[in-house]
Design a binder for this molecule. Structure first.
Ligand code: HMG
Ligand code: MG
Length: 312
């Protein structure tokens, strides 16, 4: 398939290059009710890497009853051993998860906190502070083993139970995750309610409180069609790590109002147009998402995937 590309026209004040943190195989698939065969997941991840994605979140070492779709982490991870240069982070909530991940040779993990009490309870069966206490020894042990640690923050802009989320709640959890040793943060708009001014305000406040932009990644959901506008606002602020999910797969099994993640193809289309490098081959990526849509038996929600699909 030959993908079209937009005409590159630079905009002021953007970084020259962005690293895409691809979450389709983990965040994208975790909400699928039909279990995807392990071999299909492995092929998905290989195809994403072949499309030029250098960070491909692979799976989660969580309780298999909580996320049955990812219960095959032990089977999947060894199938990725040939992807030497690709970063393959995995989600780990606790010591048991770290043991499982490290036993398979994982070199990058992510703990995943919530900035709201309601989602902390729904997602981790803990309060916010109890979850931070659960993560602290995991992060310490991971860093001692030279394992890279990302810290997710969910519900940074709004929460389905609690409504709008005050910026200071996000700042508190961000600082706690950095203080315990996380090397990178990902600000999650888990239910997709953020708008660009809110993004800029949160980023400015984080900077003011001592959280530098170079440790911040952004993770937008497209529920209200704002994910790309929010990403652009973050890029203007200097953010260079953007999470996205191939084909726009995703949602969250513990937050019913969460719909798809920002589609990686939509992001790459915008970056190509802006002349911002991502290293991703849009044609290969789109072909991968069309193949995955076939596996899942329904069309991709990504506008770019649909626009670039071969027409009947
Ligand atoms: P719990 O029920 O409180 O667990 O769940 P526990 O600590 O009381 O342990 C109960 C049993 O589970 C024990 O077994 C443990 O060994 C076992 P028993 O002794 O009874 O036989 N257990 C485990 N087994 C395998 N792997 C483990 C593990 N941990 C305990 N890691 C727990 C607490 C954290 C485990 C649970 O709540 C959980 O697994 N939650 C994960 C939920 C999840 O993955 N959610 C999706 C993440 S997506 C997200 O957060 C948003 C994000 O995508 C950003 C965005 O989109 O905005 C990051
Ligand atoms: Mg997500």
């Amino acid at each position: 398939m030959t993908a079209g590309l937009p005409m590159p026209v630079a905009a002021q004040g953007l970084p020259p290059r962005v690293r895409i943190h691809e979450v389709g195989a983990r965040d994208g698939l975790q909400n699928e009710s039909t279990v995807v065969p392990t071999a299909v997941k492995a092929e998905f991840i290989h195809r994403l890497a072949d499309a030029g994605l250098t960070t491909v979140e692979a799976t989660s070492f969580v309780h298999p009853k909580w996320v049955p779709q990812l219960a095959d982490a032990e089977e999947l991870f060894p199938l990725l051993a040939d992807l030497g240069d690709v970063r393959l982070p995995v989600l780990v909530p606790n010591a048991r998860g770290l043991d499982r991940a490290v036993a398979l040779g994982a070199r990058r993990i992510a703990v995943f906190g919530s900035v709201t009490e309601s989602f902390a309870k729904a997602n981790l069966n803990r309060t916010v502070d109890e979850s931070l206490a659960m993560f602290a020894p995991v992060v310490t042990r991971a860093r001692e083993a030279k394992v890279h640690v990302r810290g997710y923050l969910s519900m940074c802009f709004g929460d389905p139970w609690e409504g709008p989320v005050p910026v200071h709640q996000v700042v508190r959890v961000a600082k706690a995750l950095l203080d315990m040793g996380c090397e990178e943060l990902s600000l999650g708009d888990t239910i997709g309610v953020a708008t660009p001014g809110h993004v800029q305000t949160l980023l400015a406040q984080l900077n003011e409180e001592g959280v530098p932009t170079n440790v911040i990644g952004v993770h937008f959901h497209d529920t209200y069609g704002q994910a790309l506008a929010n990403t652009f606002a973050a890029l203007q602020h200097g953010v260079t790590t953007v999470d996205a999910s191939a084909g726009g797969l995703g949602g969250c099994p513990f937050a019913k109002s969460a719909t798809g993640n920002l589609a990686t193809e939509d992001l790459v289309w915008m970056l190509e147009g802006l002349g911002v490098e991502s290293g991703v081959d849009l044609g290969k990526l789109t072909a991968t998402s069309l193949w995955m849509a076939d596996q899942l038996g329904r069309p991709s929600p990504s506008r770019t995937v649909r626009a670039l699909s071969p027409k009947e």
